[in-house]
Design a binder for this molecule. Structure first.
Ligand code: VGL
Ligand code: ZN
Length: 196
C-alpha cells in the first residue's frame, strides 16, 4: 500500500506568509493532481502555540535564523509562524484537504517537530508510524514544504522506520539556509531515500 504524505503546505510557508518558502505555492496544483494515485493521503500541519520555543521572539536578543542549543540539541530559531488557529497555520486555500488523516506537529511549547514521525528530540513519536502500519502502508511518497527541513526530517525518519521512501522533488520547495538544501539531499540519499 502506497501513501502520499503532503508536508506543511500552509499559508505561512507560501509567498506572503511569515516563513515564506520561495515558490511554495507553485507545488499546490501538482500535489492536488497526484492524490488520486495513492491508497491513502496524509497531510501534516505545523501547529505551534503562541510563544513557541522555536520562535526567535521567545528568546530575548535572538534573531530569526540563528542557531541555539536546546536541551534536545541544536535548534534554528524561526520567525513566528503557523500559530494555532491563525490564517498562517491554515492550509493553502487551493490545496485539496479531504485527506485520510491530518497530523499536527510542533504543538508542545518546549520542543519543535520538523518530522511528521518524531519531534526534534528524535524520540517523542507523533503517532504517524502507528497509523501507517495499522493501515498496511509500506511505501511512501513525500511532497511539500520545506524540502530541507520538514520534508527532509520526515523522509529520513520514514526510511529509518523501514518504509520504502521517495521524495518527489518537483513537488517540494526549499528554504535553503546556508547550504541546507544540499545537506538535506545528501542526508536523504545516505538514508536510502529515493529522490525523483
Ligand atoms: C518548517 C521550519 C519551521 C517546515 C516548519 O515545514 O519545513 N520549517 N517549521
Ligand atoms: Zn514550525
Amino acid at each position: 500500500m502506497h501513501g502520499l504524505i503532503v508536508i506543511d503546505v500552509q499559508n505561512d510557508f507560501c509567498p506572503g506568509g511569515a516563513l515564506a518558502v520561495p515558490e511554495g505555492d507553485a507545488i499546490v496544483p501538482l500535489i492536488n493532481g497526484m492524490m488520486n494515485a495513492f491508497d491513502a493521503v496524509i497531510l501534516t500541519q505545523d501547529w505551534h502555540p503562541a510563544g513557541h520555543s522555536s520562535f526567535a521572539s521567545s528568546h530575548p536578543g535572538a534573531a530569526p535564523f540563528e542557531l541555539i542549543q536546546m536541551p534536545y540539541g541544536p535548534q534554528v530559531l524561526w520567525p513566528d509562524h503557523c500559530v494555532q488557529n491563525t490564517r498562517g497555520a491554515k492550509f493553502h486555500p487551493d490545496l485539496v484537504t479531504d485527506a485520510d488523516l491530518i497530523i499536527r506537529k510542533g504543538f508542545r511549547a518546549g520542543i519543535d517537530s520538523y518530522s511528521g514521525f518524531f519531534e526534534n528530540d528524535k524520540t517523542t513519536p507523533t503517532g504517524l508510524d502507528g497509523y501507517l502500519r495499522n493501515r498496511g502502508i509500506d511505501r511512501l511518497t513525500l511532497v511539500g514544504l520545506a524540502t530541507d527541513f520538514c520534508v527532509h526530517y520526515s523522509a529520513v525518519d520514514a526510511a529509518r522506520l523501514g518504509y520504502d521512501v521517495t521524495v518527489q522533488m518537483n513537488a517540494c520547495r526549499a528554504i535553503d539556509l546556508d547550504g541546507s538544501l544540499q545537506a538535506a539531499i545528501d542526508a536523504m540519499r545516505a538514508a536510502g531515500v529515493k529522490l525523483t
